[in-house]
Structure formats: C-alpha cells, structure tokens
Design a protein around this ligand. Structure first.
Ligand code: A3P
Length: 308
C-alpha cells in the first residue's frame, strides 16, 4: 500500500492553512486514509446482485439519501417512532465503503441491509459492483452549494474561523479540480455516462429535486431499490412519514445529531447538518465567482443536459 501511495501526486489545500493534503489516485483527489480504504475495497469487496450502492460526491446530500434509503428498506421493522435514525447518526446505520470495508466484508452474510455508501468515482468502484449488476443510486447537487457546504464542513472540522479560511481559496481549488473526490464534474460525468449505458441499474437524483418534491422522489427511490410502496401504504401516509422522519428539520434537531459524535470518530454529528437549503451559495458568492463556476460547469457538462 505504501508503495502505491508514494507514487501519487499530492496537493496541500492552501485555503485550509495547509491542514489537509490530498493525493491523486486513479484521477481523483482525496485524503490518504480514504485512498487506502478505496484500494482495500477494490481488493477485498465482492458486490452481490442484491446490494444497493448509494454514491455521491461529498456534500451533495449523502446523509439525506442514506437516511431515506435506510427508512425505506427498514420500514417493516421500524416506524417513525422506533427508527434507529432517531438515536444514531445515519452514518452508523449505513456503512461507508472506504472507511468500513473490513466490517462490511465480515458482516456480509447476515447484515440483512443491502445499503452501502461510497464517494468513489464510478471508474474506481470495485470491479464486482458493475459485474454483479447491483443497483446504484447517485445524488449530486448544484456545484455552488456543494462548494459552500464543503467549505464550512472542512473549515469547521478543522476548527478554523471564516477569516482564517478564505472562501475564494475554496472556489479556486474547486475550479482546479482539487475538491474532495474531485474534480467534481468528472465524478458526475462518470456516473452519468454509466447511467446512460445501464439506466435500469443507476438512478440519478438531484438534491434540489428532492427538496422541491420529496414525496415523488422518495417513491422513485423506493421503487428503484426494490421496495415500492403499496397503495395501502400510500393511503395511510407511509411516504409522508418517511419524508418527515428524514427531513432536515427533524433530523438536525435530534439530540444525537446536535451533540453526538460517532463511535471512535472525531467529527461532531452536527457537522453533517448545517443549513439543508437550496441556494445558500447566494450568501457566499460574488458575481464574478458565480460566473466563473457557471461557465465552468456549462463547459464541462455541455451536451449532457445536466444543469448545475
Ligand atoms: P449544507 O451544508 O448546504 O447545509 P453530505 O451528506 O453529502 O455530506 O451533504 C451535506 C449537506 O446535506 C449539508 O448541506 C447538509 O446540511 C445537508 N443535509 C443533511 N441532511 C439533510 C436532510 N435530511 N435534508 C436536507 N439536507 C440535508
């Protein structure tokens, strides 16, 4: 492993006062620890056809997607008053491939939960994911909101004040491709191309669409992952209950998500719940920054029909 890591290009994020160094592995950038996890996953993880991968670039709605998918697949066991989501951070309910591959492999035969989350780009997923033909749900988000969300997440994780972490620096590095698991556009394009080839196995969701119409998107998600709602369930309000259970307002106000820390982790749970809004970029971007990102996204995603 060290041999591989030593050959990789490195980049130290200057806007974070040099506190984070990322490495470039298979054309994406992330921290050493996550690259090690990705390599271990590529070497050891064997996907099953019944697995459901929840994939995303960081800060695009992973926490929300995981909560919704977990509530959907466990709804016969738990309801909105007994769900583990009320007492545990969702990242403890749905495993994250790069951090927990050994645990996932060990618990495999009897875990009973088909969900696995990852930030790995499509082309870096363990080969068995495509070979098993398992389902993949991908969530992405307006690039400007993803930049703002990541800016605050990493800044707060490092306990840096805004004055000590220039936002322009975060925008600059994003444009150069140095975002976590970035370049951001390549991450999206990889899954988007795969979804054109295998539309029945890869569902694309957009954070802004989920915000605008959560119930329809939750129904699409449930159907896609093989847990559709019955007419009776819809009549008695199961979809709305799941939407409410997983809403930002509900989850962000739970004690566990306000004051908890995941077992063995250092990040506070509250960092995963910041504002939960579409369009917070308007409070951070100058006109010039907005134009720069819009132009870049138009160029990178031209011809796809994807709007960021
Ligand atoms: P903001 O920083 O814009 O508030 P990820 O889960 O991929 O790390 O993304 C985090 C973003 O999703 C944060 O965005 C966070 O507030 C938002 N988020 C977390 N849970 C959410 C929920 N249940 N509903 C809507 N947004 C949510």
């Amino acid at each position: 492993m060290e041999d591989i890591l030593q050959t990789l290009h490195q980049h130290t994020c200057s806007w974070l006062k040099g506190n984070i160094t990322m490495y470039k592995y298979q054309n994406f950038w992330t921290t050493k620890h996550l690259i090690e996890g990705g390599i271990l996953a590529q070497q050891n993880f064997k996907a099953e056809p019944s697995d459901v991968f929840l994939c995303s670039p960081p800060k695009t709605g992973t926490t929300w997607l995981k909560s919704l998918a977990f509530a959907i697949v466990t709804r016969e066991k738990f309801d909105e008053s007994t769900s583990p989501l009320l007492t545990k951070l969702v990242h403890e309910c749905v495993p994250f491939l790069e951090r927990q591959v050994a645990e996932i492999v060990a618990q495999r035969p009897n875990s009973g939960l088909p969900l696995i989350a990852t930030h790995l780009p499509y082309s870096s997923l363990p080969e068995s994911v495509a070979a098993s033909n398992c389902k993949i749900v991908y969530i992405y988000r307006n690039a400007k909101d993803a930049i703002v969300s990541d800016y605050h997440f990493r800044r707060e994780a490092l306990k840096l004040d805004m004055e000590d972490a220039p936002f322009e620096g975060a925008v600059e590095e994003f444009c150069e491709g140095f975002s976590s698991y970035g370049p951001y556009w390549d991450h999206i394009l990889g899954y988007w191309k795969a979804s054109l080839e295998r539309p029945e196995r890869i569902l694309f969701l957009k954070y802004e669409d989920l915000k605008r119409d959560p119930a329809s998107n939750v129904k699409r998600l449930a159907e896609f992952i093989g847990h559709p709602f019955s007419d009776d369930e819809e009549k008695v309000g199961v979809v709305d209950n799941i939407v409410s259970l997983c809403s930002f307002e509900n989850l962000s106000n739970l004690e566990v998500n306000k004051t908890g820390k995941p077992k063995g982790g250092t990040l506070e749970n509250r960092l995963y719940y910041r504002k939960g809004k579409d369009g917070d970029w308007k409070n951070h971007f100058t006109d010039e920054m907005k134009e720069r990102i819009d132009k870049l996204m138009d160029e990178k995603l031209s011809g796809t029909g994807l709007v960021l």
